[in-house]
Write a protein that binds this ligand. Structure first.
Ligand code: ADP
Ligand code: GLC
Length: 495
């Protein structure tokens, strides 16, 4: 199969969260399965051209792309995903992408990603690449399926192309005022009378893809079920229900070439399930670096997260007085909403020796926290898949999670299985989204940390889990086959 894969962020070039990790690793696995894959992303000015081996594509040259009647000159650079033969095309339009960050709150955020989406299609045209599948990810690429049948309907190159849309997070839908439609130059009829792009009076990029893509999926089976309910669907549940025969859940894989305590380039001491000595050394190293005293009898609880309400920080705030009374130390890394940043900065100042927070993005520290802490906390309100808890399992860092989305699919509660006589638990989880339930689960973990044998059993159970991409990549191929069968069955298709 020929696969074109579009994403607004890709590791190692530009990353705010798990989408980048997925977009940097799934294409490599698809290639390993024998498929031809080309990947597309915007060329933000924060991408280091030299370090990442970007090369200007002279044969493509300048591409004029029109947004809302204004023509922008767009260029293309190319590189290969690290340690692979997968080509990545970077769409360069300084006016939109040289803003020092990946996403903005600027008035023309819709234009930035309309240009990107047109750019993806136009680069494919210039390469004369005839993809079987155009795989779109999240709202920044969600107009592509409709664009192929509207703006670019004339181009026979796409006659055999099916589109797939992956929802990594339904909370970000790309909602804009109706001008977005003029800017995208898609026929206005799609916006009228509850058309494929209209939702609550606004243009909704995600709804457009749900109606127009040949197949849709999200990043865990449990989240796929949740997305069909009003509680989790954020309004998209009704539309996904209409497409439920074409809507699937595929759990994300992880890249153990990057996230593996045996080989991790970002940690000083390597270890594995046979010998955990290196983990202790990493803990000492981490605590020393952060000016926290090392005490092998006390667990360190880690968080690495975008600081947004999705991640459960309001129940952390509600329960914080009880949480910090537990016999544990804390290391928090993340950035996001002001109120959470302020809470953690305050705790950092008021609890020396016990609590450290680092506000910002720091890839080295993220790896070191996975390796050097004992417990990893992820009490999300909702979580499409979640990658950090999967990384934690491999690092022998016992996750405490809320039982939602992909967290419920990947973490088995120790006590729940123990009551059935099974010692297969890999962490701790709680159902109710409130502070007492959270505190109770963290307390269970802190208590069990004292029981050496029990703790090691839970660690090893987790380290044995295998969430590599192999299984999930095969499921993506099945999804692509489903999309190909569906092609041209959708309303508004070419034929
Ligand atoms: P989400 O995509 O919702 O943010 P995931 O758990 O899927 O959640 O992925 C988060 C990814 O982003 C992980 O690779 C994590 O290590 C990384 N990450 C999140 N915040 C930071 C940060 N402040 N510094 C470094 N890496 C971070
Ligand atoms: C989103 C979700 C996260 C998921 C990631 C990659 O950012 O919040 O749960 O793991 O996408 O699919």
């Amino acid at each position: 199969m020929k696969i074109a894969f579009a994403s607004s962020e890709i590791f190692p070039y530009a990353k705010t969260g798990g989408l980048a990790d997925v977009a940097g690793s799934l294409p490599i696995e698809l290639k390993k399965l024998g498929h031809d894959v080309k990947v597309f992303m915007p060329k933000y000015n924060l991408i280091d051209e030299e370090k990442n081996g970007l090369e200007y594509q002279w044969d493509i040259g300048e591409m004029p792309i029109r947004i809302d009647g204004r023509v922008h000159q767009v260029h293309v650079h190319k590189s290969l995903l690290p340690d692979s033969e997968v080509e990545v095309y970077f769409i360069d339009c300084p006016f939109y992408f040289h803003r020092g960050q990946i996403y903005t709150e600027n008035w023309d955020e819709d234009e930035r990603f309309i240009l990107f989406q047109k750019g993806v299609i136009e680069v494919i045209q210039r390469l004369k690449y005839q993809p079987d599948i155009l795989h779109c990810n999240d709202w920044q690429t969600a107009l592509i399926p409709l664009m192929l049948r509207d703006n670019y309907k004339w181009d026979r190159l796409f006659d055999n192309t099916a589109t797939v849309f992956t929802i990594h997070n339904v909370a970000y839908q790309g909602r804009f005022s109706k001008e977005a439609f003029h800017k995208a130059e898609i026929e206005y009829k799609y916006f009228l009378d509850g058309g494929v792009s209209e939702y609550e009076g606004a243009v909704n990029f995600m709804k457009t893809a749900i109606y127009s893509a040949d197949a849709i999926n999200t990043v865990s089976e449990n989240y796929a079920r949740e997305l069909l309910t009003p509680e989790y669907g954020e309004g998209m549940n009704a539309f996904l229900s209409l497409r439920k025969n074409d809507f699937f859940g595929i759990l994300n894989g992880v890249d153990y070439a990057i996230w593996n305590p045996e080989t991790d380039k970002h940690i000083p001491f390597h270890y594995n399930a046979e010998d955990l000595t290196g983990k202790k050394e990493n803990k000492k190293y981490l605590l020393d670096k952060l000016n926290l005293p090392y005490n092998p009898k006390i667990p360190v609880i880690g968080i690495v997260s975008r600081m947004v309400s999705q991640k459960g920080f309001d129940i952390v705030a509600d329960g914080i007085e009880d949480l910090v009374k537990l016999e544990a130390q804390w290391v928090i890394l993340g950035s996001g909403e002001q109120k959470y940043q302020e809470m953690f900065t305050y705790l950092n100042k008021s609890l020396p020796g016990k609590f450290v927070s680092y506000i910002g993005y720091n890839n080295d520290l993220a790896h070191l926290i996975e390796a050097g802490t004992d417990i990893f906390l992820m009490p999300s309100k909702f979580e499409p898949c979640g990658l950090n808890q999967i990384y934690s399992l491999k690092y022998g860092t016992v996750p405490v999670v809320r039982k939602t989305g992909g967290l419920a699919d990947t973490v088995l509660d120790w006590n729940e299985y123990l009551t059935q006589g099974l010692e297969i638990g890999t962490g701790y989880s709680f159902w109710d989204y409130n502070a007492p339930a959270l505190v109770h689960s963290v307390q269970r973990a802190v208590n069990d940390f004292q029981l050496k044998e029990v703790w090691q059993k839970i660690q090893l159970n987790g380290m044995k889990q295998d969430y590599s991409w192999q299984k999930s990549a095969v499921k993506y191929i099945e999804l692509y086959e489903h999309a190909l069968k569906n092609r041209n069955k959708m309303p508004g298709t070419k034929s």
